[in-house]
Structures are given as C-alpha cells and as structure tokens.
Write a protein that binds this ligand. Structure first.
Ligand code: XMP
Length: 511
C-alpha cells in the first residue's frame, strides 16, 4: 500500500522514537532510518518531509555523525531538531560553537509568528532545551525565527528551500506548543494529507493478509501478551480457522491468567486454540535452580520444545506469526540496545517447526498503535492495556528456587496488589507493578504466636521505554492497604517491603 511518509533520520538522540510517534499522532506515517541512509534510498521512498533528530555529539568533532549535504537540495522540506538543526547549519556554511551558557530545561522562547513553522503559536512560548552547543552564525540564506534570553538563534528558516531548524525539542511534552509546531511542519510546509489512521490501517492489513495467506495454514505462539494477541486476532479476522494458536501454559503466569487467555480466544474469537498445560514439565526442570539466567534458559528452551511438539501434530504450516513491533525493528536495525534485549528474548525461533515464512503484521507499529489496533479489533481492554509481563513469568520474581507452593503464594500476593492498584485507579498510570517473593524469612508475630515466614517486596515503576525507570510514588494509603491484605490473606508471608530504587542502578525485575 502506498501512503505518504516522513523520514526521521536518527542521529542517536534519546527522543528519536518519540519524534516518530508524535508524527504518527498527527496522522502521518513515518519511519526512523539511520543517519547514514543513502540519498538514493531516501529518494526512492519519496518522503513528503525529512526530520533530523537530536544526538549527543558536537557537529565540529572529528567523527561526529553526519549526513550527505545534498540532502538539503532535494527539494524535500527538512526540519532539524537540536543536533539535527546544528548539523544542517554546519553543513550549509553556518557556524556552530560551544555556547557560553548551557541551556537545559524549560525556557521561554520568543518566536516570529510570521513563520509557517509557528502558525498559531504564541509569541512567547515555553520550550524544552537541552544543548551545550549553539548557532553562532546562521548559514547563508537562513533567517532567525526564534530567540531566547541566553540564545540568540533558537530557530532558523530558509522558507524558499523549505529548510527549518529548532534548537529545542518540539516532541517532548514540556514544549508546550510542540505538537502545533510539528503539525505545522507536516501540514503547512510538507503539505501532508494525514492518511495514517489506525482504523484504515487495520482494514487494509486484514485485506493484505487475506491476499497473502490465501488458503494456507498459519501458526501462532500465543503468550497472552498484547502483541501476540493483537497479531493473532488480526490474522484470524483475515483467514479464520486457517490460524492455529498454541498457548503454552508454563505454570508461571499470574493468578487466573491462563484461564482468561483461553476464555478470550475460545469464546470471543474464531481460531483453533490449543492450550498446553505444561506446568509439571516446567516445574520439574526448574526444581532446585536458583540462578536467574539459568532459569531463563531452561524456560526458553522448554518453551520451544513444547511448542515444537504441538506444532508437529499439526504438520507443515506455511506461515509462522510473530508479534514483532516497530521499536524492535528500529533497535535491531541500528545495531543498538541488542545486548539489553537479548536476555529478554525468550526462546527465539523454533528450529524444528516446518514453516515457509514468518509474518509480522505489527512490524511497523509502535506500542500505543498496537493498542489502538487491539481496540479496533474488539479485544477486551483488560488485555489491550495489560502491563508488560516477562516471558519467564513469575520464575524471575521468586528469588531462589521455585516450588509450586511459592508460586501459589506469589500469585495471591500479586493478585491483591494488582486489585488494589486498579481500585485506586492507578493501573494505567504506572508502567509496571508486581510483587516479588524474596527468599528472606523473618520473625513476626501473629496473634500471640511467633512466626517465621517470607517477605514480599512490592515494585512499581514509571517509565517510558523500560530502559530507565523511576520508582512510582504510590500513595501511602494504597501501600498500607496492600500490605495489610497480603499479610492477612496470604499464608506464609509476614512482612511486606516497597522497593524504592530506580533503574539504573537496579533493574525493573528483581532477577
Ligand atoms: P529489566 O528487569 O531488565 O526489565 O529492567 C525491563 C523490561 O523487560 C522485562 N523483562 C523481560 N521480558 N523476558 C521478557 O520477555 C525476560 O527474561 C525479561 N526480563 C525482564 C521486564 O518485565 C521489563 O518490562
């Protein structure tokens, strides 16, 4: 399907994906490409506009990331942001140097309201700055369209060539009118029509999948997470019962979760659904194992074996569905973050399943877009807005060895925690929250009796990308209620702690 697009050239800044998401929120499709993407490739894509992202370097350093200067004479509108802005100015003959004052944080900026980039923006507006370099001399042909008290060149334009640049970050919410500016770039300068809408994407994807799959067979490993569920439902809308979903219940899911997944996929959607109750297999392989990486490895491998055995019963299939989403594509494509993600990749691909091709219907979508598609497909909100849950499940939330009793204890404690968070209306605000069963036993008193029981730790974090996180400042009343309920209702727990560490230095999970 041909649709208009914007290319976001990535110079390694922390907000790159955010820029792309913002553009899509304005109903324009965009892709993030590495800064070294060739001019030919860019021309081939026929973008309506190009955005250069920020980045940590200085343009005048010897090995600074760069792009081909001809990019600016293709006749395609360009918006440079922060580093991208400085780079454009540098390559086109202006001067960038270290600023006498480093600007960081919310800054009042005075703009030239006549510029198309600032249509309907207030004359004085708050923008988010984060830079050590600044533009000392604008490149020839450019005029200054914004300044701040300590920075004489906050934005530049060469309206004739449709080249624009801003020193601040319009994509972050601290820039109060940033969305208006991005919208202006897309609609006033690039003349986009806004054809990226989730409803039409879903419809089109289903039609394309129908055409591609024809009467062939498709197999999906369903985890009950958002991505694999949305991918599966989408395929089922396209080809119905030609899809078989295999759901491996490894016995390390949260309370009731296995039944909930089964209920949705058997009652609400028309797929062949196979639930494999493999709890005992996993428990016996995990017995006595305490090392977290070892647990991950065992679960990953066992998962593949179980999946393969079931798939063999079905025989040859033509397609295997994967719930890959766009951030995975960007990260692996640029060769970044691979190390952080590798241990999260439970199992990888099965070696012994016969299939001809992988289909990834969500490959071009961000997580929030996947959720919108999920809602379009009438998947229950409970599943669509589910918080992330690691593949190895509760195994990495039970410190030390795993036993069925410990799993049951943690399931109960975690259930209470989740229930209270939902009651307090906090479930969509917090990135991830869960209980951990530590291997510490301490002395307590219950009635007149001495107890010697386990400590449960509660974790809740706010995060945008799960690479860094802060502990959530939960209200005391909520914590107090959860703690009371856990020690009263869950056997073998006599103490509850709250984890107040950020990531880094801690990770989100305890193992
Ligand atoms: P950490 O603990 O590394 O977690 O800060 C970051 C995010 O990744 C999830 N996570 C995993 N997901 N398999 C997964 O599928 C794993 O082994 C795994 N370990 C951590 C974690 O829940 C958080 O969302």
């Amino acid at each position: 399907m041909k649709r208009e697009m914007i290319v976001v050239l990535d110079f390694g800044g922390q907000y790159n994906q955010l820029i792309a998401r913002r553009v899509r929120e304005c109903n324009v499709y965009c892709e993030v490409l590495p800064h070294y993407t060739s001019l030919d490739k860019i021309k081939e894509l026929k973008p309506k506009g190009i955005i250069l992202t920020g980045g940590p370097a200085s343009v005048y350093e010897e090995d600074a990331l760069t792009c081909e200067p001809e990019l600016f004479s293709l006749g395609i509108p360009v918006l440079g942001i922060c580093y991208g802005f400085q780079l454009m100015n540098h390559l086109l003959g202006g001067k960038v140097t270290k600023a006498p004052v480093r600007e960081y944080g919310k800054t009042e900026v005075e703009i030239d309201v006549a510029s198309k980039l600032f249509k309907d923006v207030s004359k004085k507006t708050i923008c988010w700055m984060s830079h050590t370099d600044y533009i000392e001399e604008p490149a020839p042909g450019f005029s200054i369209i914004a300044k701040s008290e300590s920075c004489p060149v906050v934005a530049l334009e060469n309206a004739e060539k449709k080249l624009y640049g801003v020193q601040f970050h319009p994509e972050v919410s601290h820039t109060q009118e940033g969305m208006k500016m991005l919208n202006n770039f897309l609609y006033e300068i690039c003349h986009c029509s806004g054809d990226w809408k989730m409803s039409s994407y879903t419809e089109q994807m289903i039609t394309d999948l129908k055409a591609k799959i024809g009467d062939k067979k498709v197999l999906c490993a369903l985890s009950g997470g958002v991505d694999s569920s949305v991918a599966a439902v989408m395929i089922s809308k396209a080809v119905g019962k030609q899809l078989t979903c295999i759901f491996v219940d490894h016995g390390l899911l949260r309370k009731n979760e296995g039944d909930e997944v089964e209920e949705i996929f058997t009652k609400q959607f028309d797929v062949n659904f196979i639930r494999v109750n493999a709890q005992e297999r996993f428990y016996s392989k995990l017995a006595g194992v305490t090392d977290p990486e070892q647990k991950r490895k065992i679960i990953g491998e066992e998962f593949i074996r179980v999946f393969e055995e079931e798939a063999k019963k079905i025989g040859t299939v033509d397609y295997l569905v994967q719930g890959t989403i766009y951030p995975d594509v960007i990260e692996s494509g640029h060769g970044k973050s691979a190390v952080i993600k590798s241990h999260h990749n439970v199992g990888g691909l099965p070696d012994h399943v016969d299939f001809k091709e992988i289909i990834e219907p969500l490959r071009s979508l961000f997580k929030d877009e996947v959720r919108k598609v999920g809602l379009e497909l009438n998947i229950p909100e409970k599943l669509v807005f589910r918080q992330p849950f690691p593949g190895p499940g509760l195994a990495i939330r039970i410190i030390g060895d795993i036993t069925p009793e410990k799993i049951a204890t943690l399931q109960e404690a975690d259930y209470i925690y989740r229930e209270e968070i939902a009651k307090a209306g906090l479930d969509r605000e917090i990135g991830q929250y869960f209980a951990v069963l530590t291997n510490i036993r301490t002395v307590g008193v219950m009635g007149d009796e001495r107890t010697y029981d386990y400590t449960v730790a509660l974790r809740a974090v706010t995060t945008t990308d799960f690479m860094t996180a802060e502990f959530a400042q939960l209200p005391w009343e909520v914590l107090s209620k959860v703690s009371c309920r856990i020690v009263n209702e869950v056997k073998h727990v006599n103490r509850v702690c709250y984890d107040i560490t950020g990531k880094p230095p801690a990770t989100i999970e305890w193992e």
